[in-house]
Ligand binder design. Structure first.
Ligand code: PAF
Length: 280
């Protein structure tokens, strides 16, 4: 595996592979790799000639400085995992390499980033879009792989690709869960053993929403699930919503609508976790 920390060497190496007619599959990450990331990589490995992974804890997508400071950094362990999935290129730049100048770009994603994560993490998706655009410019992948756990992020990235006419196929991949249902996330390793025991409540409650939607209208179901989260002393609910999977706007009636997702963000102690479930 080649490990590059500069844009120039990554660019040159991959330009040579492209000119040999090789296809490039790309998995952008912030490191602290878990089985969810590795699944994206295995799929990218299978579907492309070259697998490129980036590890960069992107400071401009953190609206909370404490969250940025606490974000797990495990480069040595990550490199071992990348070797196991036969990654060809790791691009691991530092912040000066990625942002030699102050970043001022402002994207307008319309209503997509005004709801859910966007409401509670101002500037977050602008920071994600800026780094993803920059990574796509550097790597120029044929396909890029993203997990559906970050459902809103995926919608924003699809919009970014459309707005900027980026010639890349975005490949959404299903959420990977622990055996007890907890969605895999780099943040899970910040949970205390007690919190880790409570965490599967999130997915259990989402499953309940999916089950009950056969019998209850959208608005009362939304309220019922909010009450469930608020009734559990271990969690602090930030939002729960039932939304259209394309516009991300709240659904108020089922109307046999296809493409409906229930999304949640909760605090478990000092750790913020998100999850979602497709309910139609
Ligand atoms: O999902 C993530 O890990 C990050 O938001 C991403 C897409 C790598 C951009 O920093």
């Amino acid at each position: 595996m080649k490990i590059f920390s500069t844009i120039k060497e990554t660019n040159e190496y991959l330009a040579a592979r492209r000119s040999e007619g090789k296809t490039i599959g790309f998995v952008p990450t912030m490191g602290a790799l878990h089985e969810g990331h590795l699944e994206l990589m295995r799929r990218a490995r299978k579907e492309n000639d070259i697998l490129v992974v980036s590890i960069f804890v992107n400071p401009i997508q953190f609206n909370n400085p404490d969250d940025l400071k606490k974000y797990p950094r495990t480069l040595e362990e990550d490199i071992k995992k990348l070797e196991q999935v036969q990654c060809d290129v790791l691009f691991a730049p530092d912040a000066e390499e990625m942002y030699p100048e102050k970043v001022t770009k402002q994207y307008d994603f319309g209503e997509l980033d005004k709801v859910m994560e966007g409401k509670f993490r101002p500037g977050h998706f602008n920071g994600v879009a800026i780094v993803v655009k920059k990574l796509f410019d550097i790597v120029q992948p044929h396909r890029a792989y993203f997990g559906e756990k970050d459902f809103q992020q995926l919608a924003i990235i699809k919009k970014l690709v459309e707005m900027e006419n980026i010639p890349v196929e975005i490949v959404p991949c299903p959420i990977v869960r622990e055996p007890d249902g907890l969605a895999m996330s780099s943040r899970n390793r910040l949970l205390t053993p007690e919190q880790r025991k409570e965490a599967p409540f999130i997915y259990r409650t989402l499953q309940e929403a999916k089950l009950r939607r056969q019998h209850i209208c959208a608005n009362p179901l939304r309220q019922m699930i909010i009450n469930r989260f608020e009734g559990n002393e271990h969690f602090k609910l930030e939002y729960f919503d039932i939304v259209d999977d394309k516009t991300l706007q709240p659904i108020h009636a089922w109307n046999n609508k296809v493409g409906t997702v229930a999304c949640v963000a909760v605090w478990l102690g000092k750790v913020r976790l998100i999850d979602n479930i497709r309910i139609i």
